[in-house]
Design a protein around this ligand. Sequence first.
Ligand code: PBG
Length: 325
Amino acid sequence: MLYRPRRLRSSEALRSMVRETRVSADSLVYPMFVKDGENIKEEIGAMPGQYRYSIDRMGECLEEVINSGVKSVMLFGIPSRKDECGSGAWDENGIIQRALRYAKAEYPQLYYITDVCMCEYTSHGHCGVLSGDYVDNDRTVELLARTAVSHVKAGADMVAPSDMMDGRVGAIRSELDKNGFINTPVMAYSAKYASAFYGPFREAAGSAPSFGDRKSYQMDFHNIDEAVREAGLDIDEGADIIMVKPGMAYLDVLYKIKEEYGIPTALYSVSGEYSMIKAAASLGCVDEEKMICETAACMFRAGADILITYFAKELAGFIKRGLIG
Ligand code: PBG
């Protein structure tokens, strides 16, 4: 027998030598929730081990992130008051803006990405302003651009629009440029599907829509050609990084988009993916550590350059210990 594939699997030294996918903490982003109020660190029921922090306590979390070796966080805001048009999103004293000013001053070594969306700030929970029952695309796009500029003014290093309105990347790029932020990158949630995997996040952020669903703006999970078109539009509008979301069940979409465009591509392994592993492990059905390592490595194998995950801190530890690499 000339070829014996098992030869290269015969020791750990050899397996790690011929490994095709390398995993590094440099590519991880940790999503975290900041909430209006004081002295808050409250666990999110559906996401054991994940918390909402008030600004005065967010340092506890940022220190854990820094100590783990993860270099970047993505911030989500939970405001104390919401209104019809989500004005808290672009308020210069809004939760994200204040959190950014604090975190950038105290922990400047981290890289700060903000999620740009309206759903945490609107009283109806939709990702934009309403015209009757319809989410008004073009009015929402103006407000998103305003929100993105306010985040960058407060210190955001990168903005990530997650609303799925048409034309928002171009509008954000042009508003950022007009304000002199020509070097602030935009990471577009390009192929973001209307997904049940966001269930735990909506509990975490209190952002479930009060009527209907998000299917008129987020993508239909039966589609993949459409994801390629969406990513192409975002690139044409100036996206520096494109994203696929959710992760685990959408790796075909990631693979195809990465093959097609070859630009930096992020994958968001979302709340439901985190909760599934946590729940299955707590029942003793699976080994938590191994599940976290395997799913993350598979996401990189499928083409992710950047992985946004609630397991980022744990993963960085597993990488250090050589459990994946
Ligand atoms: C805001 C937003 C959501 C997520 C990221 N940004 C929720 C949604 O679209 O309903 C989901 C993240 C997760 O589930 O971890 N639009």
